[in-house]
Design a protein around this ligand. Sequence first.
Ligand code: FAD
Length: 291
Amino acid sequence: MLPAAALGLCRRDRSKVLRIAPACRLRSTNGPSNARARTRRAWSVIALRASGGARLTNVTYRTGAGLEVTVRADTLLLHQGVVPNVNLALAIGCRHVWNEAQLCFVPALDAWGQTSVAAVAIAGDGAGIAGAVAAEQRGRLAALGAAFQLGHIDKVVRDRMAAAHLGALREAQLGRRFLDRLFKPARRFRLPRGETLVCRCEEVTARQVRDAAALERIGPNQLKAYLRCGMGPCQGRLCGLTVTELLADAHGLTPDEVGYYRLRPPVKPITVGELASLPKTAADIAAVERS
Ligand SMILES: Cc1cc2nc3c(=O)[nH]c(=O)nc-3n(C[C@H](O)[C@H](O)[C@H](O)COP(=O)(O)OP(=O)(O)OC[C@H]3O[C@@H](n4cnc5c(N)ncnc54)[C@H](O)[C@@H]3O)c2cc1C
């Protein structure tokens, strides 16, 4: 039996409830409320296993009370929680810090979303998960910060215009700490063992990561060289935080001390044609170069 993160779809299962809704039921023509009523629900699931041959055929789950149940299934969707996608920000060298409440890295930002890289601000989910309203308000604050930096408005105007957005942002974040605490993923889901897939792209298991960590004190980037962990098409978006936490656990370090994969463009797979069509004139290159 593997923990829920076993499928390597991501490193987060913030849900204590596993809902298994076979696709055939959801395709019912009786309407969504009927489908919901007929969906089997299992509570307090602490582990699950997907099995089958070329395709998924069964899901087995175990509850905290020790009940083990196998159901036939052709689709398995895991709710893995939400964390910021930091690949772009890391690729351009923005400083990041570990957020212990949300168990993820977030870019280090000032009140205007300004990163450690000049002229780069981040708003929305990329700045940290706080919901849609907060994302919008952060965007407005970042725009005001940019207008100020470009000399379009002075500090007085910026601060006056920002007041309402700062208030709305504060309001949108009320209760956030409670939510983060309530839905904090359990260690058993974050720190898998055995044959649980950590890096799904390169099919690297938790056992391999732990074995490599036992050899010497290594970081996520060294692990790439050992196991190709994080070097597949997703470039660590799915396994990055799991690897950081596994290495932190193995070495007795904090995730901040372990750090994250060093990311380089392209952050998502692109075709050779797209690569070949990238701008090449001196002006194009200067437009994206940082000093
Ligand atoms: C299923 C689901 C349910 C949710 N429910 C709630 C809820 O009930 N309440 C709540 O407060 N929040 C909810 N959220 C979260 C909320 O949607 C986000 O917090 C919010 O949308 C974040 O805004 P954003 O601008 O950062 O990102 P997004 O809204 O994701 O906007 C990013 C935009 O960038 C575009 N984009 C991406 N890549 C590129 C590219 N390379 N070039 C150009 N454009 C690009 C995308 O198409 C998208 O339009 C939910 C999210 C999901 C996924």
